[in-house]
Design a protein around this ligand. Structure first.
Ligand code: NAD
Length: 265
């Protein structure tokens, strides 16, 4: 039986990486958009990966919605406490570090993240728009007073519901829950994508609205994701690989290119 002609995956990936490095170094302004997939290599499950995604364990609408916060605050806060402990135990991975380094090199202008884990900032990224909020602080739903989440979680560990010391209103984490409006960061992200020459979407199914509309605003689009996305046919470069490996390779290719002895026309 003749041997099947198996494509050499590593060489096609490195071809795509070289092409993306070319696009990146030519782009006047580049935005990177990340999703939960960039953090799975740090041990944080995403939503939709088959078998491991959070949706295989819980229905996020049940626990992470504004309705859940209002009507089942104990269960909501127990989930938030477990989530925060998982996030605090995690460390940035090669993917987060590569994005931070690309920003330092002047190749990435704005990082838009759907993640609430804070790993991009811990890796050194500076210009970060958190379109789904974060878990560093919480806000009293009645008077708007801001609280550090450390104290909020201590109250939950004591079995109490976290309440405002001034007005006794419930404190809500500054994360965007299902049914919540998006913060100003989303408007800034839209603007950044419109003004950019290249959008690189990493580790996102690109299914969560309204962030999933951002790639449609991009003049040039590249995608790094393990699984196919609905935007693959529109993207000029698609890399189906782990974000950590693909972004490290991209960083290497950009460095090599800027030394003048890497990829050429
Ligand atoms: P998603 O779960 O819908 O999609 C994640 C995508 O990443 C999938 O298509 C998967 O194939 C891909 N992926 C998984 N591991 C990967 C890897 N190592 N390298 C490359 N790709 C990988 O996530 P989403 O699009 O971000 O939307 C889910 C929503 O849930 C977002 O709001 C997100 O912020 C939130 N969320 C955040 C975290 C976090 O902060 N780390 C974790 C879970 C969910």
């Amino acid at each position: 039986m003749p041997e099947r002609d198996v494509p050499d995956e590593s060489s096609s990936i490195s071809h795509e990486v070289a092409e993306l490095a070319r696009m990146l170094t030519r782009a006047g302004k580049c935005v990177v958009l990340t999703g939960a997939g960039i953090s799975t290599e740090s041990g944080i499950p995403d939503f939709r990966s088959p078998g491991t995604g959070l949706w295989t364990q819980v229905d996020p609408m049940e626990v992470l919605s504004a309705t859940a916060f209002r009507t089942r605050p104990e269960a909501f806060y127990q989930f938030i406490l477990n989530l925060c402990e998982t996030l605090q135990a995690a460390s940035p991975n090669d993917g987060h570090r590569a994005v931070a380094r690309l920003e330092e090199l002047g190749c990435v202008d704005v990082l838009v993240t759907q993640n609430i884990d804070g790993l991009h900032q811990r890796a050194g990224s500076r210009n970060v728009l958190e379109v789904h909020g974060h878990l560093r602080t919480g806000t009293c739903v009645k008077c708007g007073r801001s609280y550090d989440m450390g104290g909020v979680l201590d109250a939950v560990r004591r079995g109490e519901l976290p309440r405002c010391s001034a007005c006794k209103g419930m404190i809500k984490p500054d994360v965007v829950l299902f049914e919540d409006p998006l913060p100003i960061d989303f408007v800034l992200a839209q603007q950044a994508v419109i003004e950019s020459d290249l959008l690189i979407a990493v580790g996102s199914s690109l299914e969560v609205a309204p962030v999933c509309y951002l790639p449609a605003l991009a003049s040039h689009l590249a995608i790094i994701n393990l699984m196919p996305t609905g935007y693959d046919s529109r993207a000029e470069v698609v890399i189906h690989d782990r974000a950590g490996r693909a972004l490290s390779a991209l960083l290497d290719a950009v460095r090599l290119g800027s030394d003048g002895n890497g990829y050429s026309e």
